[in-house]
Design a protein around this ligand. Structure first.
Ligand code: NAP
Ligand code: HSE
Length: 434
């Protein structure tokens, strides 16, 4: 057998510790699959004394991931520290600068610096592999970068954050409060170190930014993504959605439109009968609409130590061979500039929940404002009172036919100004899915 593939592992948390355990426990299997032994020869984390569930005493320790990336005698630098900047960014840059192969699960890093890092990798004849960065264990990166190469993609969308899907599922099925669901997701190792990245939609946006580049051969453009998290989704919305035949999911969508590429992450009402609506718990799912193959859907665990380590291992085993594919599918200097489609031009159906004051003419006035803005209503339903409504208001749910985001926002501004509402209107976009 060839000489071992030497790994330097930065980060020994949920994913890093799982990876270290697997590399040790399955060394024979991985050696056969890689054609050479795989050894971790250097590690880095903050706390040297912490028990990681694996014996690391014979492995060289670095307090600083950057020092590991710069100095350790390694072939592959595995970055599992996290964060878009700081130690993760500096160490990855240092490793690529040395011409090493980098394996990372860090979507924040890629969303902010992916194109720059791809260029650096190209210049230094290095490689950057990131199967674990999007949708945890689901092999979506290789699928889009390699298996779908013969197709043109028109849309990629899915459930890309395990924490949010786990929380929405438990809120819906068990009626558990938002904060309690979040605490459980953190305890299970699903959430980011700062969970506002999950519930605010930013983690899903980081992943979407990477998928958009692979789908459309363009530069990564995180700033163009319209982002809304699940923090405003209430039990009342979930209940109303169910009664109307929908489920609420945090969806990430990138699609080609006539004006450019539309990227958005927001709570979405999807038909309860659709395939995506069946995706529960920490499971992620990614759908890709292509011209030759049609639509495919990949689903599987989107977070957790072993599920994510599974994807990291696939990159590590690839790194043992010699085949190289450009990180974003095209040579970095051939990526097209990102062309943005404005969110206000987005077209679709909308769910709108209003807290309407019990006043004569309120309904008529709301319906008139919708009509004035060219919005056709599929239904308008006065719902029973819930804990958010006192005696003076009634919850009212409107479902619109397809219209534009600009029209809905303008109509709601008028409705709010007319003085028939208490509080802000709540709006959830509806996605037409099979
Ligand atoms: P984590 O549990 O928070 O672990 C982070 C590790 O990095 C810890 O071992 C920590 O050291 C170390 N670290 C942090 N800052 C450091 C610094 N300045 N210098 C040296 N070491 C430092 O994170 P994780 O959940 O394993 O996630 C790692 C990466 O994988 C992130 O990019 C994350 O987004 C991504 N990811 C995670 C999952 C998941 O399900 N958890 C799934 C897909 C992708 P100490 O342990 O000593 O504190
Ligand atoms: N916090 C992320 C999630 C981890 O919940 O999906 C996987 O990227």
């Amino acid at each position: 057998m060839d000489r071992p593939l030497k790994l330097g592992l930065a980060g020994l948390g949920t994913v890093g510790a799982s990876l270290a355990r697997l590399v040790k426990d399955r060394q024979e299997l991985y050696a056969r699959r890689a054609g050479r032994p795989i050894e971790i020869v250097a590690v880095s984390a903050r706390d040297r004394m912490k028990d990681r569930g694996v014996d690391l005493s014979a492995i060289e320790w670095f307090d600083d991931p950057v020092a590991l990336a710069e100095k350790a005698d390694i072939d592959v630098f595995v970055e599992l520290v996290g964060g878009s900047d700081g130690a993760a960014y500096d160490s990855v840059k240092a490793a690529l600068g040395r011409g090493l192969t980098v394996v990372t699960a860090n979507k924040a890093l890629l969303a902010h610096h992916g194109v720059q890092l791809a260029r650096l990798a190209q210049k230094k004849n290095a490689a950057i592999l990131f199967e674990a960065a999007v949708a945890g264990g689901i092999p979506i990166i290789k699928t889009m970068r390699e298996a779908l190469r013969g197709n043109a993609t028109s849309r990629v969308y899915g459930i890309l954050n395990g924490t949010c899907n786990y929380m929405l599922t438990r809120m819906e099925k068990e009626g558990i409060a938002f904060e309690d669901c979040l605490a459980d997701a953190q305890r299970l190792g699903y959430a980011e170190a700062d969970p506002t990245f999950d519930i605010g939609g930013f983690d899903a946006a980081h992943k979407l930014a990477v998928l958009t580049s692979l789908a459309f051969g363009c530069e990564i453009d995180l700033d163009s993504i319209f982002i809304e998290g699940i923090d405003q989704v209430s039990n009342a919305d979930i209940e109303a959605a169910a009664e109307l035949g929908f489920r609420i999911k945090l969806l990430a969508v990138a699609q080609r439109t006539e004006t450019g590429i539309e990227q958005r992450v927001h709570p979405t009402m999807i038909p309860a009968s659709s395939a995506l609506a069946q995706i529960d718990g920490v499971t992620n799912a990614v759908a890709v609409d292509t011209d030759l193959l049609g639509s495919i859907l990949l689903a599987g665990p989107g977070a957790g130590g072993e599920a994510t380590a599974s994807a990291v291992l696939s990159d590590v085993i690839d790194a043992a061979g010699s085949a190289r594919v450009p990180p974003l599918g095209l040579p970095a200097n051939e990526l097209a500039p990102y062309k943005r489609a404005r969110m206000r031009a987005h077209e679709g159906g909308y769910y709108i929940r209003l807290s309407v004051l019990d006043q004569v003419g309120a309904f008529a006035s709301i319906a008139r404002r919708m009509a004035e803005n060219g919005i056709s209503l599929e239904s308008i339903v006065q719902r029973r009172r819930d804990q958010t409504d006192d005696g003076a208001t009634r919850p009212v749910v409107l479902i619109t036919h397809e219209t534009t985001e600009a029209a809905v926002r303008k109509a709601l501004e008028h409705v709010s100004r007319d003085g028939h509402l208490r509080g802000e209107p709540r709006m959830i976009r509806i996605e037409a899915l099979n």
